[in-house]
Design a protein. Structure first.
Length: 283
């Protein structure tokens, strides 16, 4: 019987697309014979799991938590996708999402790639996700990942219905004074979907594009050329008001902005993130 080494398992996994545990079982049954192990995998239909990769995984949940860190606090949010909301709301799927989050936190991950490479038991998160796909019978994947740091981090996890797990997670990092209104700001982020914290954070190419569109639209409307620049600035300001968090009208009191909320407590927002199930990059 040939020794069932990690290298042998890796070889069969790469050649069959089967999960690690399935490969181990097949190699054990085949007494280390690779060709026979591959036959066992084919016979059991395990390779059919590879076909799930082509199916869309746009449902799911978001696991999140705040941990103490050297700079104060760090917030983590990891999206785990499934194909159906039926699977997404099962306790086992939610528990698995929480375990992926814990692995990401332990690894101090800063990107999806680092989450996938994080240690999970005797394997990696990537391998654990592949195993989960076989368990749930659906294409399962790690979707979006977000991380924010600051003196204080607030998280708001929104559920679209009582029986479903969180589908939107908003995180905001503030200074100590800003913590007084951090929860309200997190609710705002969840509801209104700001893209940037300040107007200075908006990329120059985005600003130029908006300026160009506003100019062409104003001219197409027959506005006199001499007043077009003023109209364009007005439309740019409207763009900022819609997309920049601190310039958005506060949903609970439109007479003030989110920036005003922080000014009232003498605090500041440092960074924020918003993750919504199914809103990441297309597969």
């Amino acid at each position: 019987m040939a020794a069932i080494t990690a290298a042998l398992i890796k070889q069969v996994r790469e050649e069959t697309g089967a999960g690690m545990m399935d490969v181990k079982k097949a190699l054990t049954e085949a007494e280390g014979d690779v060709a026979r192990a591959k036959e066992i995998i084919r016979a059991k239909g395990i390779q059919a799991a590879g076909k799930r990769e082509g199916r869309k995984a746009q449902e799911g949940t978001i696991a999140s938590k705040v941990v103490e860190s050297a700079n104060g606090q760090t917030g983590y949010a990891v999206e785990l996708n499934s194909e159906t909301d039926f699977v997404a709301k099962t306790p086992k799927f939610v528990e698995f999402a929480d375990s992926v989050l814990e692995d990401a936190v332990k690894a101090e991950a800063a990107s999806v790639d680092e989450v996938l490479a994080a240690v999970s038991g005797e394997a990696t998160v990537k391998e654990a996700v592949e195993e989960a796909a076989a368990l749930f019978g659906e294409h399962v994947k790690v979707g979006q990942f977000a991380k924010v740091e600051g003196p204080h981090v607030e998280i708001y996890a929104h559920k679209k219905s009582a029986e479903m797990p969180p589908s939107i997670v908003a995180m905001i990092a503030t200074d100590e004074a800003g913590a007084a209104v951090a929860h309200e700001a997190a609710l705002q982020i969840s509801a209104m979907g700001a893209q940037w914290l300040t107007r200075e954070d908006v990329p120059a190419d985005v600003v130029e594009s908006e300026r160009r569109v506003a100019t062409e639209k104003s001219l197409a409307e027959g506005k006199p050329e001499k007043i077009v620049p003023k109209i364009v600035e007005g439309r740019l300001n409207a763009f900022y008001k819609e997309n920049v968090l601190l310039e958005q009208s506060y949903v609970k009191d439109p007479s003030k902005t989110v920036g005003d909320l922080f000014k009232e407590v003498g605090g500041a927002a440092v960074a924020f993130a918003r993750v919504e199930v199914g809103k990441g990059e297309a597969e």
